[in-house]
Design a protein around this ligand. Sequence first.
Ligand code: HEM
Ligand code: HEM
Length: 222
Amino acid sequence: MSDLRVWDLPVRLFHWALVILVVTSVTTGLTGGNAMSWHERSGVAILALLLFRWGWGFTGSTTARFSDFLNGPRKVIDFLVVVLRNRPAHVAGHNPLGGWMVLFLMLSLTLQATTGLFADDEIFTTGPLAHLVSGSTTSLLTSIHDTNAWVLITLAGIHVAAVLFHLLVRHENLVRAMVSGRKPWPDEQSQPLLRFAAGWLAALLFAISLGVVLATLALLGR
Ligand code: HEM
Ligand code: HEM
């Protein structure tokens, strides 16, 4: 086995920052009250991270791209057969099933962070853009925010369970790869050709994403 570089630094930073911020957002959201000022801050930071990740999915390194990890049903079924037969599957980036989970997580997170901007708990906290829409739209977006929070928690739970399954049943440590960026790769299997995008491009994209989110809130927020 030799080590293969699979994840770029931007994807790894995105992931671990996202984990910390989602845990913060869920706990502060459920706590309510004074915790809500931190809820808004962490939610807005998630929004900037997501905007960056959507862009990086089209401009970033090979394994960060949606075109790399969103595969048709044939590849998903082939991968499932390999797993059911308990055979090793060496995939450099997200596996064909995990790739779709990443998309669903991204969609649920984006829905959660954007509806939050328009949500209102009718006691303490009003999302910064809620004044732009009617009362009935605010109610609708608030109920989507409340319901989707549980969809997101469920998806994240399945995601962590899948990572544990790989670790305990298939003896593949995907967490270590998400930390170091490297995966063990069998010498007898040819290494995939992976292209790594420049770090400055990620920094620029993140600066633009953060700028767009903060400028929108400064211009349109209450
Ligand atoms: C708050 C809950 C979490 C969310 C919302 C979340 C979300 C995500 C997302 C969006 C990705 C795709 C990364 C990318 O391509 O940019 C991902 C990948 C990954 N996550 Fe998480 N994650 C969460 C918690 C965790 C935890 C607690 C662990 C560790 C136990 C973990 C381990 C991983 C690993 C290993 C991958 C890469 C999977 C692969 O090799 O295909 N995640 N996660
Ligand atoms: C991914 C990011 C986010 C997550 C995971 C999240 C999660 C939650 C949760 C779990 C609740 C409590 C729901 C309940 O009481 O049933 C909540 C409520 C709320 N969130 Fe978020 N939220 C996020 C982003 C945001 C953002 C960006 C804002 C605004 C800047 C926001 C504003 C609110 C407001 C105003 C409420 C109170 C609404 C209510 O009582 O139903 N959230 N959120």
